[in-house]
Unconditional design. Structure first.
Length: 320
């Protein structure tokens, strides 16, 4: 029983999110050019990310699926039935059936900024769970949202897999965790994936796969700017870079100019010198203590924690 998607995302007449234009023009004007990672996910970018989850070097998706497969009886016991599962940034919802089968929820609210992708995934899940009420919500999960009236009375479980929390700097991650608590209520719990610090070579390979899928995912941001913001970025002159930053415990994605470049975006001129980069994503990695610190700062108390058999990735259950 999939309901029609509700949309909380604003678009200009030309279909472009005005916040995208503002973020790009501001980001390209800084000393270190930087564009927020959320803009990587248009329809093409969302599909490329799905492709990344299939490449050999990208371990997080595989590891998280292994954890979810193995901890189902723990989840059933600790979470119990009758909750409304709210999935933040649900994307293709591929891990969701493992969770839904484990805990027997009362409703499912997938929330994603990519509307078309969200609707297709919700319809697909509706076919697998015909008796489960599904309320897709097109929204930016960085802000506290008002959930559909049908689920307000139910206790909630937030589901935030994939270590997407790692794509935020600590200040934003804490803001997000707090707004999730506001969205979900004080009797809720949160099941969150968090990637672990490991050998820099393994990390850099995971974010620079041999087949070049991650490189395409990164370059698609420049393509999107050209498509939606009337840009003339010479995309083929931008090289994908994935760099482990040990000080901040994060993988950084950059687009590096392969020569001196000059281009336009929305009528504004920009230049890049050879070797200069646009910083496009952070993917923070954690250890057990930094996970707890972050969750506690965001208003959540860790209750249980699982890792995969190789100790590469972890899933944490926390109480509001
Ligand atoms: C969505 N997010 C958790 C991914 C990550 O691993 O940080 C995005 C990604 N970027 C490059 N590869 C995957």
């Amino acid at each position: 029983a999939t309901q029609q998607a509700m949309s909380l995302v604003e678009h200009d007449d030309d279909g472009v999110d005005p916040a995208f234009r503002a973020d790009v023009l501001e980001g390209l004007s800084q000393g270190q050019k930087a564009i927020p990672a959320r803009w990587l996910y248009d329809a093409a970018g969302s599909q490329l990310f799905e492709d990344i989850t299939q490449v050999e070097e990208y371990y997080p998706t595989r590891c998280e699926r292994e954890i979810l497969t193995n901890c189902t009886s723990d989840l059933a016991e600790l979470i119990g039935p009758g909750r409304a599962v709210v999935e933040f940034g649900s994307g293709s919802s591929v891990k969701t059936p493992l969770l839904l089968n484990a805990i027997d929820p009362a409703a499912y609210v997938p929330l994603d900024i990519a509307g078309d992708f969200l609707r297709a995934a919700a319809a697909d899940l509706g076919r697998k769970f015909p008796d489960l009420p599904i309320f897709p919500l097109e929204a930016d999960f960085m802000k506290a949202v008002k959930l559909p009236a049908d689920v307000t009375a139910m206790p909630k479980l937030g589901f935030f897999p994939g270590s997407t929390i790692g794509n935020m700097v600590a200040r934003s991650a804490v803001d997000l965790l707090r707004s999730m608590r506001e969205t979900l209520g004080s009797d809720s719990c949160l099941l969150i994936g968090m990637d672990l610090i490991k050998d820099a070579k393994v990390l850099e390979a995971a974010y620079d796969d041999a087949a070049g899928v991650t490189a395409e995912f990164n370059r698609n941001l420049a393509r999107r700017i050209n498509r939606e913001l009337d840009g003339s970025i010479p995309v083929d002159m931008l090289k994908h870079r994935a760099i482990w930053n040990d000080t901040f415990a994060r993988i950084e994605m950059h687009l590096e100019a392969q020569g001196d470049l000059r281009f336009e975006v929305s009528g504004h001129d920009f230049t890049m010198q050879e070797g200069e980069t646009i910083h496009t994503e952070n993917s923070h990695k954690f250890d057990r203590r930094s996970q707890s610190t972050l969750l506690l700062a965001g208003g959540w108390t860790p209750k249980a924690r699982w890792t995969d058999s190789k100790g590469q990735f972890s899933l944490i259950l926390a109480d509001a």
